[in-house]
Design a binder for this molecule. Structure first.
Ligand code: SF4
Length: 494
């Protein structure tokens, strides 16, 4: 499956601290609710103690995302935090259990919905940046990514128009781009609509899958990175190039509003950090600290986005919610400080999105699989390409900027204090923004990146896998295990 800019790299638009938790859980909840056609009286959520969700499902928003979806609410709904209360008020029984069911993946969800006449037990994994795969339904192994209309048929399959008709153990799984119509009466079927913004199709093709292929494709075209991003996503999603551009414009507008909101100030009780952005803005105005020129504007924008995330405001996971500051804060912080127009911002974010696609194809955005280098590190590589694009750099310079930035992120661990995506996450987002700025300027000055981007991505993934499990978002190592980290854990989780 080819990654998509809007599925994998830039998005979803969401509330909450973590895309692997809130957004992924929400998508799983939507699919389970859809399977039951909204009819259920009890909810059972099971987390495996050997995975990374057991210590983080509450603090990083897995439960909240699931319950919000089960209420039938959007992932940007401002009632998300109280979704469980609403479920209970609606007469649903809700239970969360920690059970060793031999989960094969760090981020495994097991969700059972029961009605008077039906039940679904769905096992799904969160693969980073809000992406999911359902791997089992009612004991039947299958694979479902939320990018098709999925119809499960119990019994003989009639003739249908679909991309795939797959025989599973006891059911037929049909993947189609539109809902199946005119199914015979009496057939037992369950249907689930897609949850991803960009759908899939059979025989999908894209013009290139990595930067080497892209350069070959571009040999006689002379396109810039953002133009190649438009070509890629248009082919990937079978949508017009104009649609791709306008989709990214909508994202840029959301991000600009969130930055503005963060700078004005955010209020939220359940967080470790106060709102930092207004304080930083005040200091900037009073010249009370070092004049880092553009970098201070970037720190302000990154901090504003992280403040908004921590106050359950609307952010864009780009590539993840935990790293929602690095790329957008750097790209828009620079563009806004230099009074660049909206089209320039859109182009820069598209360029970043294509770098994200290359990372998603060969590595991961999941901190549970690759540490913080997978999140803020990837964001930094994407941001460096975005910055080079803002300064009209040619394709090779943009790729060099991304390569250099990624090279500097290897080994970055994920050790969030008190299992909250606040500390050291804010500092890591800001420092990875600095890495993007310096890497972009080095590339613009003609420095050699030496190792080509594709090779850097593969090496980055290998390093991520070598990071000990305690330092991959489990809350079992690093700052999380310091005496103060432990005290904060008790304060916020007990
Ligand atoms: S340390 Fe990095 S990867 Fe871990 S939660 Fe924070 S931002 Fe995400």
């Amino acid at each position: 499956m080819y990654p998509s800019i809007f599925n994998d790299a830039i998005g979803p638009v969401m509330r909450g601290a973590s895309s692997s938790h809130v957004a992924a859980a929400h998508r799983i909840g939507v699919l389970a609710r859809d399977y039951m056609n909204g009819d259920f009286h009890s909810v059972l959520v099971e987390y495996d103690p050997n995975g990374s969700l057991e210590p983080t499902h509450e603090s990083q928003g897995s439960d909240m995302g699931l319950f919000c979806a089960l209420m039938g609410w959007d992932v940007t709904d401002d009632r998300m935090e109280v979704a469980e209360d609403h479920l209970k008020a609606a007469g649903k029984m809700v239970e969360i259990r920690i059970v060793d069911y031999g989960a094969s993946h760090e981020n495994t969800y097991k969700l059972t919905l029961t009605s008077q006449t039906d039940q679904v037990c769905m096992i799904a994994i969160s693969t980073g940046g809000g992406m999911i795969e359902v791997i089992e339904i009612n004991g039947v192994k299958l694979s479902l990514f939320g990018d098709y209309y999925e119809t499960l048929i119990f019994g003989d399959c009639p003739v249908v128009t679909a991309d795939y008709v797959l025989e599973r153990d006891g059911l037929i799984q049909v993947k189609s781009q539109t809902p199946l119509e005119n199914l015979p009466d009496g057939l037992v079927v369950r249907t689930m609509a897609p949850v991803l913004p960009i759908g899939a199709r059979k025989d999908m093709c894209v013009p290139f899958t990595d930067s080497v292929e892209m350069q070959a494709y571009n040999a006689d075209k002379g396109l810039s990175l953002w133009e190649l991003a438009v070509k890629y996503e248009s082919a990937r999603g079978q949508i017009s190039e104009e649609t791709v551009f306008e989709k990214m414009r909508a994202i840029v507008q959301i991000l600009d509003r969130s930055i503005e909101q963060g700078i004005k100030g955010t209020a939220y009780e359940d967080r470790m950090y106060p709102a930092h952005a207004p304080r930083f803005k005040e200091k900037m105005a009073s010249n009370a600290f070092m004049d880092l020129n553009l970098y201070n504007n970037v720190i302000l924008s990154v901090t504003a986005l992280m403040d908004v995330k921590s106050s359950m405001g609307i952010i864009v996971a780009a590539p993840t919610a935990g790293s929602c500051g690095t790329l957008p804060g750097t790209c828009l912080g620079v563009a806004n400080a230099l009074h660049m127009d909206e089209d320039q911002k859109v182009k820069a974010m598209l360029a970043a999105g294509l770098i994200g696609v290359f990372i998603a194809a060969k590595a991961t955005f999941s901190a549970e699989l690759g540490g913080c280098q997978a999140e803020t590190g990837s964001g930094s590589g994407m941001a460096a390409a975005a910055l080079a694009t803002l300064f009209d750099a040619d394709l090779e310079t943009c790729l060099g900027a991304a390569s250099m930035a990624l090279q500097n992120t290897f080994g970055l661990v994920c050790d969030p204090v008190a299992n909250r995506v606040e500390a050291p996450c804010l500092g890591k987002n800001v420092s990875m923004a600095g890495n993007a700025l310096s890497s972009a300027n080095m590339a613009l000055a003609g420095f050699e990146s030496l190792i080509p981007l594709d090779e850097v991505i593969v090496a980055m993934h290998k390093v991520g896998q070598a990071i000990p499990c305690e330092l991959r978002c489990t809350g079992k190592g690093g700052l999380a295990m310091t005496p103060t980290g432990q005290a904060l854990y008790k304060k916020f989780n007990c």
